[in-house]
Design a protein around this ligand. Structure first.
Ligand SMILES: [Zn+2]
Length: 135
């Protein structure tokens, strides 16, 4: 991926983390999503007093992209306050798979802004058969 785009994705994921609404867990997460037309969407996690209604940063960002009519995800960046690298939860991996392809990249960003990339395929190797309907 283009170096400038990659650092812009990291910056937006880290900025999005600042708007996290996480009064219960105090676990802030920000994400950004690059779509095939080069647009970046971002989102933060949003919790609720009814815990199960919380939404992850990744899905928040992806749903914004979907609302804007985007259907292809090139990359997803995930930022947290951890010193290690937080990976998307199972629910988010399922949602990413809806819009991902074989080349989709996941950029993991730690609290210091250090990053590493993994292929989406490596963290979600066997998408449900239903996904084949959209291919
Ligand atoms: Zn998630």
């Amino acid at each position: 991926m283009d170096k400038h785009l990659r650092s812009e994705m990291i910056r937006q994921a880290m900025d999005a983390k600042e708007t996290s609404y996480s009064p219960y867990s105090k676990f802030r997460v920000g994400a950004s999503v690059l779509t095939s037309d080069g647009t970046i969407y971002s989102g933060c996690n949003v919790e609720n007093a009814s815990y199960g209604l919380a939404i992850c940063a990744e899905r928040n960002a992806i749903f914004q992209a979907a609302f804007a009519g985007k259907r292809k995800i090139v990359a997803v960046a995930v930022s947290s306050d951890e010193r290690g690298f937080l990976t998307p939860c199972g629910a988010c991996r399922q949602v990413i798979s809806e819009f991902a392809d074989d080349k989709t990249e996941i950029i993991l960003v730690n609290t210091a802004g250090k990053s590493k990339s993994v292929s989406f395929q490596s963290i979600f190797p066997t998408p449900p058969a239903l996904n084949k309907l959209k291919k």
